[in-house]
Design a protein around this ligand. Structure first.
Ligand code: ZN
Length: 247
């Protein structure tokens, strides 16, 4: 079974389409939230994800764009983009975003996975960006593996030994791989639509459950087209610029 894991697409349809073209035929597509927010194509991005049969969880931006209170915690650019997005989605898309679960558990031949946007103990807000925070979250999920987004960085946290409760953090390079063994792990695929690790290319994760391997990938997309669509929509300049920096 081949599973593509996509996170933080952020209404960047050009990036999503480049990733979908790159992954080709897979058995499942899982997303880790923040389907919308920041970018220029909220309606079509949600429609595309639904059309390919993706399942996934709610992020803070999905909640905000659906009308939720997360918007009150955003910085001015994020808030402006969320308010704009609210006026650009259909009722059907709003209902879809509002109804996304915050935690999903899936069994696979390689082990069971918990899917959340932020962290298992605080599913839409907490950032797991250190081995200490990762270790604190081990008790908050019951599966071998956990998939997270939110920080927009490709990261892998793994216990130092099987059954252990301290973790190591690895900043994953493009085409990095990890064998899914008997040590618990928390994996972040990086962001499809707004990478923040200094590399502007869309980032995603593939899980081969037969081989028991997780692998990270990058794909270039028409970034200028996304920036032009954002400019035409009047979205904040800083959000447009950061796509090219990948930060
Ligand atoms: Zn995000």
């Amino acid at each position: 079974m081949l599973i593509a894991v996509l996170s933080d697409i952020h209404s960047n349809l050009a990036a999503l389409d480049a990733v979908l073209a790159s992954i080709g035929s897979v058995d499942a597509i899982w997303h880790l939230g923040d389907v919308v927010g920041y970018g220029p194509d909220p309606e079509r991005t949600v429609a595309r994800l639904r059309a390919v049969g993706a399942i996934g969880v709610q992020g803070n931006h999905d909640d905000a764009v659906a009308g939720g209170e997360s918007i009150d915690r955003f910085n001015p650019e994020g808030r402006a983009a969320a308010e704009w997005s609210r006026t650009r989605i259909s009722d059907k898309t709003r209902e879809y975003l509002a109804a996304l679960p915050r935690v999903i558990v899936r069994e696979t031949p390689a082990g069971a996975f918990t899917l959340v946007h932020g962290s298992p103990r605080d599913p839409i807000w907490e950032y797991i960006d250190s081995p200490y925070v990762a270790a604190e979250n081990l008790a908050a999920f019951g599966t071998a593996f956990c998939l997270i987004g939110h920080s927009h960085r490709p990261l892998a946290f793994r216990t130092r030994r099987a059954g252990g409760d301290s973790m190591r953090m690895r900043v994953v390079e493009p085409e990095g791989r990890m064998q899914l063994g008997d040590r618990r792990a928390i994996l972040n695929p990086g962001s499809v639509g707004q990478p923040r690790d200094g590399n502007p290319n869309a980032s995603f994760l593939m899980i081969d459950t037969e081989a028991g391997v997780a692998s990270w990938h990058r794909v270039a997309y028409d970034l200028v087209a996304t920036q032009a669509a954002m400019a035409a929509a009047g979205l904040p300049t800083e959000l447009i610029r950061r796509l090219a920096r990948g930060s």
